[in-house]
Ligand binder design. Structure first.
Ligand code: MRU
Length: 367
């Protein structure tokens, strides 16, 4: 997507052919800073510190991280070591494991002399595949937005609520939840997005609002607790969120607070869609609520907020009393029964095993 008229992806190979470029998402929206990742350790740190984040981008970064690792050590043991420390960087998004498994699958049978070239080629393919997947999600999601637009009085926008950032910054390009929104906007449909701020790290307020603003999509940032009220007053036509892992039974794990939005949507008859790229499906898990590992992050993310002062300095301030315990569960699981449909690159699916398995047979039997 474009940043001030220039096309960017969230991750890329630098012209030197081996270092990896990325946007430091911890500094947005106040500063647009680019970093170069030169080692597998740096790629793992980038994932752990959330310099890069969002399930598909975590996967693409890990793939390039493996390429950087192989550049330093082409042996089987080197590949195994890199796999172990990259997979430990964050626990919830299954795209991390998916991408690393892919890298291992193509690297292990190859002779060491060819491994660097193969690693960079597969990492680039994983990035390209993500873009194509998101365009597919965009097309299928666009049909839903068009249907709703057709049922509304002429000139009234379709109001979409989204949570966290499942935009192009969370993927390689386009985003998952945002792909239908960008397509609809580009085709001249009137769309307006309610952007949940998404405490504690504020990915909605900092990243989704930044993206939508740069693309010219009308949007409004709301405190996380606002969605239920808006739904009661018919101010939300549909919700579209992203996901970090979908279990085989259709349970959806996403940023903390997603479940509460799904409950409010269910109570108010608002369609609740999840944009799901196939590498985010975990066919090895049958029960998302009990089996998906939920990341717990630092207390500081809850206790301290960062923002820009009136004179332009970026500062952090403490918002809870000293010594107060905080809890920071980063994700929750929305049961499949609360999900209206999964928007995948192969079409709109019911959130259930049979539908997922018949749309993605190559994945469902492969684990
Ligand atoms: O903790 P984050 O910022 O990595 O969490 C991101 C989300 O929860 C996204 O909704 C999810 O990864 C889907 S991204 C297309």
């Amino acid at each position: 997507m474009k940043v001030d008229g220039r096309h960017f992806r969230s991750i890329w190979l630098e012209p030197d052919g081996w270092t990896v470029g990325a946007i430091d998402q911890r500094r947005l929206p106040h500063e647009f800073a680019i970093v170069r990742l030169e080692t597998a350790d740096a790629a793992a740190d980038a994932i752990r510190s959330m310099l890069v984040r969002g399930a598909p981008l975590i996967g693409a970064t890990a793939a390039y991280g493996m390429a950087l690792a192989v550049r330093d050590d082409r042996s089987d043991a080197g590949i195994d070591r890199a796999y172990e420390f990259l997979i430990a960087a964050r626990p919830t998004a299954i795209n991390l494991k998916w991408a690393l498994d892919e890298m291992k699958r193509v690297l292990k049978p190859a002779p060491p002399s060819e491994r660097v070239q193969i690693a960079y080629a597969r990492a680039a393919e994983i990035a390209e595949e993500d873009v194509a997947i998101n365009q597919g999600i965009g097309r299928h999601g666009l049909a839903l937005i068009e249907q709703i637009a057709a049922s509304k009085p002429p000139g009234e926008p379709v109001n979409v609520l989204t949570h966290c950032n499942a935009g192009w910054l969370a993927t390689v390009d386009w985003g998952t939840a945002t792909a239908p929104i960008y397509l609809a906007h580009d085709r001249g449909l009137k769309v307006h997005v309610w952007v949940d701020e998404t405490r504690p790290r504020n990915q909605g307020a900092s990243l989704t609002a930044w993206e939508l603003g740069h693309h010219g999509v009308p949007h409004t940032v709301i405190p996380d607790n606002t969605g239920g009220h808006l739904m009661q007053h018919r101010m939300v036509d549909l919700a579209i969120v992203g996901t970090d892992r979908v279990a085989a039974n259709g349970d959806v794990c996403n940023k903390i607070g997603t479940y509460l939005k799904a409950l409010a949507a269910h109570d108010n008859g608002v369609p609740f869609y999840v944009a799901l790229p196939s590498p985010t499906i975990d066919f090895s898990i049958d029960d998302g609520i009990r089996q998906i590992p939920i990341e717990q992050r630092s207390a500081d993310e809850v206790a301290v907020m960062t923002g820009r002062t009136a004179d332009g300095r970026v500062e952090s301030v403490r918002i809870v009393p000293d010594g107060t315990p905080t809890a920071n569960y980063a994700f929750d699981v929305t049961p499949a029964r609360l999900v209206t449909g999964l928007i995948t690159e192969r079409g709109l699916l019911r959130p259930e095993r049979a539908a997922l398995a018949s749309a993605f047979p190559e994945r469902s039997t492969g684990h």
